[in-house]
Design a protein around this ligand. Structure first.
Ligand code: SF4
Length: 73
């Protein structure tokens, strides 16, 4: 499964990186959510691969996002 974050709409609430810190963290420059470096596609901080062991927390993070900008597909 893959993850895509529509970073431009992030409100930096922290729900995703608090729920699933192995997959999401906060970019120190723009303060928006990003995919952790280990799981990114080609260095794109908005897209990555979700390993099976992190699928559950990835879904939880997507559900909790108040602006619903995390897609897992
Ligand atoms: S839960 Fe959504 S709005 Fe909150 S930091 Fe993560 S991506 Fe941004």
């Amino acid at each position: 499964m893959n993850v895509i974050i529509d970073r431009s709409a992030c409100v930096s609430c922290g729900a995703c990186w608090n729920t699933c810190p192995e997959l999401f963290d906060q970019n120190p420059c723009d303060l928006f959510s990003q995919v952790v470096e280990e799981y990114r596609f080609s260095g794109d901080r908005a897209e990555g691969v979700v390993p099976d062991v992190l699928l559950q927390c990835a879904w939880e993070a997507a559900d909790l996002c108040p602006v619903q900008i995390i897609q897992i597909a």
